[in-house]
Design a protein around this ligand. Structure first.
Ligand code: SF4
Length: 315
């Protein structure tokens, strides 16, 4: 690990101001960043500890939703009675992620900001445009079984690994931030994570030094809320495909996919197909899919997973 300096921020605005330094990184739970530092994939020169900022509360909003502090731990969020009752898809997605020990440390903001698990990203002997911009993409033409099938580019075909983010996307959450100049900013989840395009090293819409302070959920959507994750083993594995769904009694609803793209994948126009069943809905949701030979199975797997979710929603 490379040497770095360390400070504990006193306020969110002070933390964001300190992050003007291009070598600075925020640290909270550290469940991803510390691994990346040990592997020298990330080498910050300055760490800003944000754990003492008091951003660890879950509060009702005047509109009838919930405001989740950036530092609320995944375990606490999954167990919150309001989340379990009104946003069950979020609680289920959180419990599908990682292990109990990791959920005890991982924060709401950190979960959104975790980096891809593309194996070439973690191997510093291999070219990777996300790790070293312009170096190439070893995954293209390599082993791609776990990688993206939709929204890819010629520069990167990685997936975003978060389960929680898929549920946040189907719930239409909004990310709240503070910028280095002290101004606040609200980013809809639909715009928070980026597609790789020709800048795959940029994962999110955050500006340099911008600190997440909370994630806001709108008033409860009701309906049957289901998160189904398909993976190679029963725990401690990332999704091959996941489906977050909110399905109303008349069959209408919303659906977002995990494990298939560089961001939680939701195509709102395609949701009109949901009452007609999984096949037409998934054909519309993955209409632009460009799978590789290794991961073409994900298209069928997504359709079958949605069919199972719709069947469960109907009881
Ligand atoms: Fe890197 Fe993306 Fe290519 Fe993986 S898919 S090697 S993360 S550029």
């Amino acid at each position: 690990m490379k040497p770095f300096t360390f400070e504990r921020a006193a306020t969110p605005a002070a933390a964001a101001a300190a992050a003007r330094n291009p070598g600075a990184k925020f640290i909270a739970g550290g469940t991803n960043l510390l691994d990346l530092m040990k592997l020298q994939i990330e080498a910050p020169t300055h760490l800003i500890d944000v754990n003492g900022l008091g951003l660890d509360r879950i509060e009702p909003t005047p509109e009838g939703g919930l405001r989740i502090g950036a530092l609320v731990r995944n375990t606490e969020l999954a167990a919150d009675p309001r989340v379990r009752r009104d946003y069950a898809v979020l609680s289920r997605a959180l419990l599908a992620g990682a292990t109990g020990q990791l959920r005890n440390m991982a924060t709401t903001a950190g979960n959104l900001l975790q980096r891809t698990r593309c194996p070439y990203f973690y191997d510093t002997n291999m070219a990777c445009n996300k790790r070293v911009p312009g170096s190439g993409c070893s995954a293209i033409g390599g082993v791609t079984r776990g990688l993206a099938v939709v929204g890819t580019s010629e520069h990167c075909i990685a997936t975003h690994p978060s389960d929680m983010a898929v549920a946040m996307r189907v719930l239409d959450a909004t990310v709240e931030t503070v910028r280095p100049d002290g101004s606040t900013h609200r980013i809809p989840m639909a715009e928070f994570h980026r597609l790789p395009g020709d800048t795959p090293h940029i994962d999110t819409a955050l500006e340099a030094g911008e600190l997440i302070t909370a994630v806001t959920l709108p008033p409860p959507a009701g309906g049957a809320q289901i998160y189904r994750k398909v993976r190679d083993r029963a725990s401690y594995a990332f999704a091959l495909v996941s489906v977050a769904a909110v399905v109303q009694p008349d069959g209408t609803g919303r659906v977002a996919l995990g494990g298939v793209a560089h961001k939680p994948w939701r195509v709102e126009e395609a949701e009109a197909e949901l009452p007609r069943g999984a096949r037409p809905a998934m054909s519309a949701i993955l209409a632009d899919a460009r799978p590789t030979r290794d991961n073409a199975f994900k298209v069928t797997l997504a359709q079958r997973t949605l069919a199972s979710v719709l069947a469960e929603a109907k009881g």
